[in-house]
Design a protein around this ligand. Structure first.
Ligand code: SAH
Length: 258
């Protein structure tokens, strides 16, 4: 039986997704509130990941072990590392790396102890459904219609695009150009940086749970990162997350589980 775990790094987005749930019930455990219900007749469990690698790994473990989720969708925001990305663009991970994991000289840089891997990959099927779903939203102007002209101007939200590539995670909010350049030098393929994705990927890999990570760019991981960060989350990113999840669950139902 399918039960999708929806793990979000923005409480505002979680509230919006929770309002989509039918037959909703709640379980509170370990400072987390798990919302159980259905969207389009698909069983889902929605929860705020909390921030950072330990917190999000713990939350996803709980989702898998206690709630038996069979697939995992992670959504949140991230700082742009690639120069081609603008605030409001959407990145879908095709690989994830923990940029702060470094057990040299006993292991390679970024190598996950005991797994012998530095990079983890999401489910190909989920990845392609997510890419198609977001492209459909962009093509039908649904993303553009979500926001007023004022909002789009305030956050320079024009020609939003979806990009597939590598995401780096670490227990660090990157908000200066030196750290950003360091990251780019260490991991030239990385598109954006955040604090949870690769940790969640590790747990999903170990428990053999297909997963996908979706991130809206909220900042440029430099000195301007904190400017308007919270406004962007409440006004823009969480609403984007809600519409993406809604579309994704629709498409999953049609394409995947018919
Ligand atoms: N809004 C919170 C802070 C969120 S913590 C507050 O007011 O305290 C940061 C969240 O944004 C995490 O989910 C992290 O994954 C993501 N994030 C966005 N930009 C980031 C950046 N430049 N570096 C690291 N994480 C970033």
């Amino acid at each position: 039986m399918t039960r999708i775990g929806i793990l979000g790094a923005m409480p505002e987005e979680i509230n919006g997704i929770v309002s989509l749930l039918k037959n909703r019930r709640e379980v509170i455990k370990g400072m987390r509130t798990y919302y159980i219900g259905t969207i389009n007749d698909i069983e889902v469990v929605v929860v705020f990941s909390r921030w950072g690698k330990v917190a999000s790994a713990t939350t996803v473990t709980h989702l898998i072990v206690e709630f038996g989720v069979t697939e995992l969708i992670f959504t949140g925001v991230a700082g742009a590392i690639s120069r081609d990305l603008n605030v409001g663009d959407i990145v879908i991970a095709d690989s994830l790396v923990q940029h702060d994991l470094d057990a040299r000289p006993i292991m390679n840089q970024f190598e996950i102890p005991l797994l012998g891997k530095t990079v983890l990959y999401p489910s190909k099927d989920l990845l392609s459904i997510v890419v198609n779903s977001i492209n459909e939203l962009i093509k039908s102007d649904s993303l553009e219609r979500l926001f007023s002209l004022n909002q789009r101007q305030a956050f320079s939200l024009f020609n939003q695009k979806v990009v597939v590539g590598q995401i780096a995670s670490g227990d660090q909010f990157i908000s200066n150009s030196i750290e950003k350049e360091k990251l780019l030098e260490m991991l030239p393929q990385v598109l954006c940086v955040e604090m949870e994705g690769a940790a969640v990927a590790q747990v999903c890999y170990e428990y053999k749970i297909p997963f996908v990570v979706i991130r809206t760019i909220s900042d440029s991981a430099n000195e301007n990162s904190v400017v308007d960060f919270n406004e962007f989350i409440t006004q823009i990113a969480s609403n984007l997350g809600i519409i993406i999840i809604q579309k994704l669950i629709n498409n999953l139902k049609n394409d995947f589980y018919h």
